[in-house]
Ligand binder design. Sequence first.
Ligand SMILES: Cc1cc2nc3c(=O)[nH]c(=O)nc-3n(C[C@H](O)[C@H](O)[C@H](O)COP(=O)(O)OP(=O)(O)OC[C@H]3O[C@@H](n4cnc5c(N)ncnc54)[C@H](O)[C@@H]3O)c2cc1C
Length: 495
Amino acid sequence: MSSGKVIIVGSGVAGMAAAIRLAVQGFAVQVYEKNSYPGGKLTAFEKDGYLFDAGPSLFTQPQNLEELFALAGENITDYFQYKKADFICNYFFENGIALHANNNPELFANELQEKLGEEKNAVLSYLKESEKIYNNIGSVFLNHSLHKRSTWFNKRILPALRTVKTGYVFGTLNKHNKKRFKTPEAVQLFNRYATYNGSNPYKAPGMLGLIPHLEYTEGAFYPQGGMISITNALHQLALKKGVTFFFNTPVQKIIHHEGKTRGVVVNDTNVMADIVVSNMDVYFTYQYLLNDVRKAAKVLKQERSSSALVFYWGIKREFVPLGLHNIFFTKNYAAEFASLFTTKTLYNDPTVYINITAKMQQGMAPDGKENWFVMINVPANTGQNWNDFTQQARKNILEKLNRLLQTDIELLIETEEILTPVLIEERTASYQGSLYGTSSNSKWAAFLRHPNFTATIKNLYCCGGSVHPGGGIPLCFKSAKIVSELIKTDFRAGH
Ligand SMILES: Cc1cc2nc3c(=O)[nH]c(=O)nc-3n(C[C@H](O)[C@H](O)[C@H](O)COP(=O)(O)OP(=O)(O)OC[C@H]3O[C@@H](n4cnc5c(N)ncnc54)[C@H](O)[C@@H]3O)c2cc1C
């Protein structure tokens, strides 16, 4: 057991998961959070009887949470319950095709065969390959720091590297999918997985073909009470393990002296610690907390991930064809991604995602009504006119949904809230409002993402979506695990 004090900057998923792990290791852990609530992007709100998850809506790899509770010696079911969703997603195409992606790979493959004419075996072998890429390569690279020699001497590395096909690195995800499927609908469906870390399938490497495995083989899950239950469970577990939280307390500066972290400044007062872990966007960590403009600029050499415009709509009717997750695809995916990453403008026929937790649980919306979380991907904020974009996007989305659902949706909206990239940045200090830190729009993105430690300041570590292994809840959990293991090793070595 270690004794020493750790300060964590920010109470996002990764910050809280790191806090729990370090408290279990025996550290006295304090979390400073600028907001009045924990969870960062993983938050929720209630309006006019509708409950809305405000940020993430897809929950995969519950084993990350299970592992935390087991490590802490607590029974997860006392804090958190979840179930497997029967359907992964409903997909709607402009040509009238609708797919209901079952969580059973066989049934999903049958559906693609019947409705699209894709060979069932092509679908099943795609999912098998996805599983293989994840197990052989993904799990090694996502669970370890890529910036420590020990990782490269790990005995799993060589066998993992041997399974990397050139197409996984040098081909794009779109190319990977086009080789395996003959219909544009199947290619589009599997290209969509690049958006799971805010990337562009026409640029991101084929390696992202590992993501469907997480949904189709491992499963998509629904947390009882909605996604906010993840935040609540983490917060409660951290408190139980003795972690102290200070809300409404932004960290103003990280103190370091002679190449070593000494603590932080909050409320204009020095608070000393042996270790500091920043869960704040790594760009802002350098820019504001360390005043290191040069390092901050270096972080920006990596393209940011996309952001989102979200409309939270209380809908005064139920829609039978819809489920928990629904996607209404654009006709022209390539043009949509060019808008997102090249021209950084709004695309007039966006792919629309709708999440409805009322489909899974009573009480999330008034009886006979539905809580719609309606999201489109938009470029990260580089100063576009978001008032104009929001109005235009609302119109585009309504036109598309009216067409595909054959109803005047606007007449059914009885309450509304909106989230823009600017608000995402304001609320969670994520540079440009990007959802997942940096994108994976280059072959080397995984290697160029910032490490989980800083090279020049000892005992300063980084976790969360803007650093290795990247954004999204499962990877944030992994970054917390990597940080806690680095700290364990460093402290054993007497840092
Ligand atoms: C609309 C939306 C939809 C998404 N959909 C999904 C999804 O379906 N599935 C999925 O897996 N992921 C999704 N994501 C991404 C996911 O939410 C993030 O990757 C993840 O929650 C990031 O967690 P984090 O630990 O990096 O911290 P964040 O959530 O970014 O939190 C960082 C915390 O640090 C605090 N902070 C910052 N600066 C300071 C400071 N100086 N002092 C003190 N505190 C500070 C912030 O207030 C914040 O609470 C979505 C995100 C959004 C916004």
